[in-house]
Design a protein. Structure first.
Length: 461
């Protein structure tokens, strides 16, 4: 069987390998998932699902350090952050187990008119059917948990295809589920060529498709889905952050640096566009640059590293091209603005790049923050809302009127106040608007989307 060899993105050192699935393997996986669902349309008994997920969380707790090192080695996320990802993933699995108790229908009042008199109606919740999940590289364990564990909780057989760069964490989680006693047919791992993955996604046996990745790929796959397949798409944003004059600089600067340079900016809601007013914009940008200059860049598996490599060397080339474009068009580089190696790009702060350049209009997915000088809140909100992407945004202010104005007018699914745009806890709704996505993530919301209601109407006469 062919193998996919995984390397550390920092220095291309070997990390591990996983088997590559052929078209025949994918067909077999789909057939098994379809057969499993048809044989048990209600899914496994709920108490068994709870037991499997609770046991998985316990196994993960015993392997925390191992899983964190795997995340750092294959994905380039600094070890300090990889450890936090493992804790979040464990919490996510436990939350899935707890949410099974909420998979319940409700009574529908029927005697509101004479037509319904003498009748009783209620709904129940059923599994939607086979789930196919395609995931991204940047949270190689926690994203998998957010796609696979809710499918298990809802009673669906699930097939998961991880990003080619980071399949090892995914395989580890699926193996852990099997170790709990969950029958293999309820959670299957595949790693395959793009053309084969496309056939996997668009098969008419797929009831629900969960995708985390680029907008271009996600929307294309959605257009190819079989009729009836439900879908959730999580893409990226070009997150805006508005700094009002009343904001506390001593607390907001560390927050912005964390939100912009966490995982070297490879986060879908990473701080990218910062809007400040008048001459304070330059001072703010300078403070951000001063703090960013102290970040340690290096191999993610080293304990002192704060910014790791970009996932592929060609991403370093792309980021460098975008920064060069902005600088040639008039942006001022306050820190960074250069590659450090084939795999690492320096944490970069730009002041006043043109609104039309790539760093202002597209998700950079790299360690770059752009600061813009604006004259008023209206100007900042207008530029913040000018793109077809709308995900999470934030506003820093200690003025209630400013805060509420920004909340009401910023186009985003979640507006953080005095917190960076990348803030998230795993049980809150997480969703992109417009080109940034479709459907709602977050454990409880995903379980709901992977379930379907059935109504029964009983005539008592």
């Amino acid at each position: 069987m062919n193998q996919l060899y995984v390397t550390n993105p920092f220095d291309s050192s070997p990390v591990g390998s996983v088997p590559m699935s052929s078209e025949q393997d994918v067909e077999a996986a789909l057939a098994l998932a379809d057969k499993t669902h048809k044989a048990s349309r209600k899914g496994l008994p709920r108490h068994e699902r709870i037991a499997f997920l609770k046991k998985a969380a316990e196994i993960m707790k015993g392997r925390t350090d191992e899983l964190a090192l795997l995340i750092a080695a294959e994905g380039g996320k600094p070890l300090i952050d990889a450890k936090i990802e493992v804790v979040r993933a464990i919490d996510g699995v436990e939350t899935c187990a707890a949410e099974i108790a909420n998979l319940a229908g409700h009574e529908i009042p029927m005697d509101l008119t004479s037509a319904g008199a003498g009748k009783i109606a209620f709904t129940t919740k059923e599994p939607i059917g086979p789930v196919v999940a395609v995931s991204a590289f940047n949270h190689p364990l926690n994203l998998i948990v957010h796609q696979v564990a809710p499918a298990v909780a809802a009673g669906n057989p699930v097939i998961v295809k991880p990003a080619d760069d980071t399949p090892l964490s995914c395989k580890a989680f699926i193996d852990i589920l099997h170790q709990t006693g969950l029958p293999a047919e309820w959670a299957q791992f595949v790693c395959c060529e793009v053309s084969t993955a496309q056939k996997l996604v668009t098969d008419d046996r797929v009831a629900f498709f969960s995708f985390i990745g680029s907008a271009a790929v996600g929307w294309k796959l959605r257009s190819m889905l079989a009729p009836g397949t439900r879908v959730a798409l999580e893409h990226g944003g070009v997150a805006p952050v508005i700094i009002c004059p009343s904001a506390r600089k001593e607390t907001l600067v560390p927050s912005i640096v964390k939100g912009g340079f966490y995982h070297s900016g490879q986060v879908c809601v990473s701080v990218q566009r910062v809007f400040a007013f008048g001459s304070s914009a330059g001072d703010l940008a300078g403070s951000i640059a001063d703090l960013a200059s102290k970040l340690v860049v290096g191999n993610a598996i080293e304990a002192e590293t704060q910014c790791g490599p970009l996932i592929r060397n060609r991403e370093v080339d792309r980021v460098d091209d975008w920064v060069t474009e902005a600088v040639e068009a008039g942006a001022k580089v306050l820190i960074g603005g250069k590659r450090l190696s084939d795999s690492c790009y320096a944490p970069t702060v730009l002041l006043n790049p043109p609104e039309s350049c790539c760093v202002s209009t597209q998700e950079i997915f790299g360690p770059v923050i752009a600061v813009y000088e604006k004259q008023a809140l209206d100007d900042a909100i207008e530029q913040a809302n000018s793109l077809p992407f709308a995900f999470q945004a934030s506003v820093f202010s200690n003025d209630y009127a400013e805060i509420m104005d920004a909340i009401n007018r910023l186009d985003g699914s979640a507006i953080m106040v005095n917190e960076h745009s990348a803030f998230r806890v795993d049980w809150m709704p997480f969703a992109g608007r417009r080109c940034s996505g479709l459907g709602v993530g977050g454990i409880a919301h995903t379980i709901e989307e992977m379930s379907q209601a059935k109504m029964a109407v009983l005539s008592m006469s």
